[in-house]
Design a binder for this molecule. Sequence first.
Ligand code: GLU
Length: 272
Amino acid sequence: MDNVRSRLRDAKRIVIKVGTSTLTYSTGKINLTTIDKLSRVISDLVNQGREIILVTSGAIGVGTSKLKMKEKPKRIRERQAVAAVGQCELMHIYSKFFSEYGHIVGQILLTSTVVNDKVGRRNVINTFNTLLAKEIIPIVNANDSVSVEEIKAGQINTFLENDTLAAIVSKLTGADLMIILSDVNGFYDSDPKENPNAKFISTIYEITPEIENCAGGAGTKRGTGGMITRLKAAKIATSAGVDMVVANGSDPHIIMDIVNGNEVGTIFVARK
Ligand code: GLU
């Protein structure tokens, strides 16, 4: 086991980001098995003495399903309304599963206005630290019903989508490790969905222009991220001294492999 991987065993504060394509089926309905497993693994990590922050997407996806709509609405105000319903439902589900495993969750909804403001930033860091000190698991999403930038960004991948949000949260809270659970195994030199010969890259020490060239376009219909947003997040995280791992979240148990230092996913090594 190399040094970079083995140090993940000691990661105390970990930010885990999970996207809509991991949390829902292609039918748009919620994947209860995955959320159950995710809640169990995270609860267990807290039992080990680690501090976990969960950054979750899914407000709009879950809201769309809850309201029995065929697809995500196009109008911004409709999306905001759907997110208001979905966020509530999402937290209800998390709260239920986490309490099965003896843990309490707290919701933090962020906007760029909050994280860009000195006082807002300090206040929210205090909230994170207080929740973590009480062994409560903070569950974070963008405040889609209040701020439209995040939803717009979700469509065009330019601003505060949740990969970036997770990286900002990792930086703010001084995390040791950030994990992005995705629907791909990690970082390839080209899109594995299009190129069967795409080569997997297990460790990335520096995000060079060459690496950036490897990142293709956006992700699936249900999610919003793609490798470009992953790289953007990796830049924020690694330059803040946070190791970042991208791995396949179809079985959330992979989180245990990551924190055991096993060679799964792609690690973007922190710049110390
Ligand atoms: N905040 C959005 C939601 O919960 C998702 C944004 C993203 O996945 O990047 O639906």
